[in-house]
Design a protein. Structure first.
Length: 225
């Protein structure tokens, strides 16, 4: 059963206290965006949101329901009449999935921090994000890609490539990293990492998978003492 346009309009009115709420129709349902980030959607006239930890904390007793057959569970928002609550919920979810990028290395590089320390911190964060796929933006970015041009997605990708390239080159110059093919290692980091984040929402993965990826990256880069 598809969702009704009337229910969509009702939910949008309840969210009118937020700026930049948009939606996209998809196969009779509606994906909801807040500031270009997928927050949830309307499925069979049910208001569902991404099950990130911020949402779970605000709705500890919320039921988990699947938006469509074969999909991962999302949280059912049952208190749709409380506008202030919905605004708080959306802002909390956005803050979690769009939190400050902890893998922006520029400040650490400018401060002269050891490249190995920057790398270890980044790899620890990568492992945590791979393990906690419920907070992953990979699927959200995939869905968002259908609403924008390839140029926009290429722009996001170039940011990631430059960030990691700068760190690796910094480590090589300081003598902390092996002299590697920077572009090759960057591709391994970005696409293995993002691939696991996405696929872990679909298939079961063990901690061994996350450890093998981060350990491999570390071994490729850091010089043996």
């Amino acid at each position: 059963m598809a969702s009704s346009k009337e229910y969509l309009i009702f939910i949008l009115e309840q969210l009118s206290g937020l700026d930049d709420i948009t939606y996209r129709a998809m196969m009779g349902e509606y994906i909801l965006y807040y500031r270009e980030r997928v927050i949830g959607g309307i499925y069979d006239d049910r208001f569902l949101v991404k099950p990130v930890r911020a949402a779970v904390n605000l709705m500890p007793n919320a039921e988990t329901e699947v938006p469509y057959e074969g999909a991962k569970g999302m949280l059912l928002v049952d208190d749709v009449d409380d506008r202030e609550y919905l605004v708080k919920l959306f802002e909390a979810i956005l803050e979690k999935i769009n939190q400050k990028d902890e893998m922006n290395f520029q400040k650490e590089i400018e401060d002269g921090m050891a490249a190995t320390d920057i790398l270890d911190r980044a790899l620890a964060l990568m492992r945590n994000e791979m393990e906690h796929s419920e907070d992953s933006l990979s699927l959200a970015m995939y869905e968002y890609s259908g609403t924008c041009s390839n140029d926009r997605m290429n722009y996001f990708n170039r940011i990631g490539e430059k960030k990691w390239s700068d760190l690796i080159e910094y480590g090589i110059v300081r003598g902390e990293f092996n002299t590697v093919n920077v572009k090759e290692i960057v591709h391994v980091i970005l696409y293995a990492y993002q691939g696991v984040r996405m696929w872990s929402r679909i298939v079961s993965m063990t901690p061994e998978v996350y450890d093998s990826i981060t350990n491999h990256i570390r071994k490729q880069l850091i010089k043996e003492q």
